[in-house]
Design a binder for this molecule. Sequence first.
Ligand code: F6R
Length: 616
Amino acid sequence: MCGIVGYVGPGSTLDVLLGGLKRLEYRGYDSAGVSVIDQDAGLQTRKRAGKLSVLVEDLEESPITDAHIGIGHTRWATHGAPTDTNAHPHLGGEHLKLSLIHNGIIENFSELKTELQEAGVKFSSETDSEVAAHLVAREYEKTGDLTAAFRAVVNRLMGAFTLLCIHEDHKDLVLAARRNSPLVIGLGEGENFLGSDVAAFVAHTKRAVSVGQDQLVELRQDAVKVTTFSGEEVTPEEFTVDWDASAASKGGWPSFMAKEIADQPQAVGDTLMGRLASDGSVKLSEFAGLDRLSEVNRITIIACGTAAYAGEVAKYAIEKWAKIPTSVELAHEFRYRDPIIDEQTLVIAISQSGETMDTLMAVRYAKERGAKVLSICNTQGATLARESDATIYTHAGPEVAVASTKAFTAQITAGQLVALSLAWQRGAMDKDHLKELGLELLKLPRMVKQVLESVERMRELGKELKDAKSVLFLGRNVGFPIAMEGALKLKELAYIHAEGFAAGELKHGPIALIEPGQPVIVVVPSPNGEDSLHPKVVSNIQEIKARGAKVIAIAEEGDSAVGKSADEVFFVPQTHPFMAAQLAVLPLQIFALELASAKGLDVDQPRNLAKSVTVE
Ligand code: F6R
């Protein structure tokens, strides 16, 4: 939540800042602002409530002088409504020469604010962040040492923060600090960058360094120094960003979401690449980071939202193939009870951003109790990857639309690779059978493409149902988390009531919601294979049809039974029942996208949401 960018170098600072903020806007979009320091004009700040475009237009109408150092912020409000004054940067000091931006929540801001007010400081905003600006400025006015002042203040703050700060007296220094919030450095030639994630600067450099917990950065045009909050110098590890800057642009699509849905054949293919041999055998070199894997007797998958639904699909595969008891835990619930976690527990944390605070806190909790942590993450340099024993990157590329699509199908794919690999290592299944499953997985990118080429009717249905008050989703087995995901996409994008249910639960209560005309989307399992739940789900369809529901079924090609009961059937290719998850979700994504677009809503930046939830 909140996007942060900083720059020092010979280029146009406003271009770097506004370009970076554009790519970080998914982190929050209720206000935006920039500060730059010009040699002659000094510190100049402009900030506006509303999306970044409001700030950009304002700067076009009444420009500020461009400069060679600056900071920029895009906000998701926590303390104080989204107004011009609450927007960042915040200024501090007697002559307002210091500018500061913040991502996170300063938990002890109220005591600090009282202390400052008692000393006569006047506040212009209702934010928690402004206290940090005043504190640093006052400390600096006492000592004349900006870095020492900044260090002293960050040591007093509690909670979660990434702070960036510049001061008019220092035209070659951006200070930054992080605790429990993300921060990455971009290393350029004669210029350097800071960002909430690499998307902020990937258009300028691919050399990056992720900043560790409780570390402070002094960023200059030709030097970067990282120290701990207590002052010891550290040598952070550099990595090369494998995202292409063009991947974070719409590339002619009407929205990022439309583009990211279309990216899925590649996202799934790139996640499989190098991990599955052509004979179907799986090799996850990432497992080398996990010692004593053979002793693991329980797996706990930790995630939030869409990532947790991907975890649910992984659970079916891990239990079936690797035969390890597995549970999925919502990260924010997990650590507030007494979960049973020990050295024989493998925690699998799933996160697109790798910065979700709830997931990070749950991982830390599990690590303290001796668990090994494997993460499935999409963002290089993310905190989650730093804090895990091993990381499997989903190579979905930057996901800019707030609602997750391609990261989800890539996460499911990574989960299936983990399940196959664990089964292989533990000898839980016959290797030839595992290779057959691997070969099926290899077919997925092509099947995903095929489904996306045939979604026209789903688009029409989205438009036709634009005035629906509520849509229900049903599924069983891996179809259940897919139903939940379909409902979540609709809530997020179209702001209409949507619920996903396990079809078997219907008669235990939810069937009371069915009335004539109620749209219900049913993810129907394959009719093939032993233990198929297909007949049971078809019976459920008949039960709701008898009560007047309008049923749209997502079914496997060749399923002749379902067409007799449902009003509409959307067919997906035949595959293994678990891998059908990546196919069945595609029409649901399209349905939500089209319905929301037909209502005239912004599908990339739905109201009240931010992509990366970096506060609890
Ligand atoms: C929904 C969505 C969210 C995220 C959740 C976790 O479309 O995107 O539910 O899945 O906030 O985010 P990450 O995966 O970044 O931890």
